[in-house]
Design a protein around this ligand. Structure first.
Ligand code: NDP
Length: 293
């Protein structure tokens, strides 16, 4: 029987830490971290994600602003909004909810966010920083995965870790963060041969595929840490991950449920990044003020 990793609990601990620090910033410096979230169009899942982000901001005592734009918004209009937010002193973090409508280039929009306010860490600058191990912000979902692994107490150094999925927002950065902890990392994808065999050697298996029941018991090593990033719906329309939970759970050492695993962590890490952006802004303005004296 595996120990269930309680993502809600770990996320609550991260948010409590953030809330405490935000309170201190308010008391000592009179500043409140501010997050702006832009949503374009009517994607129902995006609407839920955005409202959860707003709720989290309220919980930790941040100022938040949701900018809702219609589907027909042009790229130029969106870039102008980002330009204004980049200049606003009360906004420390900017997040553009993806996906964007087809006529807007996600690359252009993400690149327009000031790296200092890119709390999703999707911009080429911050991706590069993660790559060379000098990150300012860690991408939220991979950072959440790392927190969950840390919560198990399992030491990563020298362990075999397998990440299934190689997307820029989940698979690749997760693999990099595991590598930075001295794990031996294998990244699998749709062209990987003998996937089950490769996965079955993993001490830590992270699945970020997006297919229900994809990870079965034969792919899991006895006692492994299994982290399920997938957010899917099964044939009954119920939320589920990539892992066939009922058959994998008895074999794993630790396992995340869906819902209640990685999902809550993504938002908690977004709060942490926004706080970090506020602190960095304060440090930089204090430095500038000291130089002027
Ligand atoms: P992508 O669709 O961008 O990537 C999926 C990856 O899975 C690809 O690298 C693909 O390989 C790989 N894959 C697909 N089929 C197979 C297969 N048969 N064997 C091996 N690998 C396969 O998805 P994302 O990375 O954006 O998201 C992955 C999942 O995580 C989704 O369910 C998403 O909803 C969820 N998610 C959850 C978050 C959370 O907060 N919990 C946040 C972000 C995402 P290839 O590159 O070869 O095509």
């Amino acid at each position: 029987m595996a120990t269930i990793i309680d993502g809600k609990q770990v996320a609550a601990e991260v948010k409590a830490r953030v809330a405490k620090e935000a309170q201190r910033l308010g008391d000592e410096l009179g500043i409140t971290p501010g997050l702006a979230v832009i949503i374009v169009g009517n994607d129902p899942a995006s609407k839920i994600y955005v409202s959860n982000k707003k709720k989290a901001c309220d919980e930790v005592g941040f100022y938040s602003e949701v900018i809702r734009k219609p589907e027909k918004t042009t790229q130029r209009e969106l870039l102008e909004i980002i330009d204004t937010l980049n200049k606003r002193i009360d906004i420390d973090g900017i997040l553009v909810q993806l996906p964007l409508p087809k006529h807007i280039s996600e690359k252009a929009v993400i690149s327009a966010i000031s790296p200092k306010k890119d709390v999703d860490a999707f911009s080429p600058f911050n991706v590069g920083k993660v790559m060379i191990g000098e990150s300012v912000f860690l991408p939220c979902t991979p950072a959440g995965v790392m927190e969950l692994i840390k919560s198990t107490g399992v030491e990563l150094s020298g362990k075999n870790c397998v990440v299934i999925g190689r997307s820029n927002i989940v698979g690749k950065p997760t693999a990099l963060l595991l590598l930075q902890q001295n794990a031996t990392v294998t990244i699998c994808h749709s062209k990987t041969q003998n996937l089950a065999e490769v996965c079955s050697k993993a001490d830590v298996l992270v699945s970020a595929v997006g297919k229900p029941n994809f990870v079965t018991a034969d792919m899991v090593k006895e006692g492994a840490v299994v982290i399920d990033v997938g957010i899917n719906h099964n044939e009954d329309g119920k939320l589920c991950g990539d892992v066939k939970f009922d058959e994998v759970e008895p074999k794993a050492g630790f396992i995340t449920p869906v819902p209640g695993g990685v999902g809550p962590m993504t938002i908690a890490m977004l709060m942490e990044n926004t706080l970090k952006a506020t602190i960095l802004k304060e440090k930089s303005s204090a430095k500038k003020a000291a130089k002027k004296q």
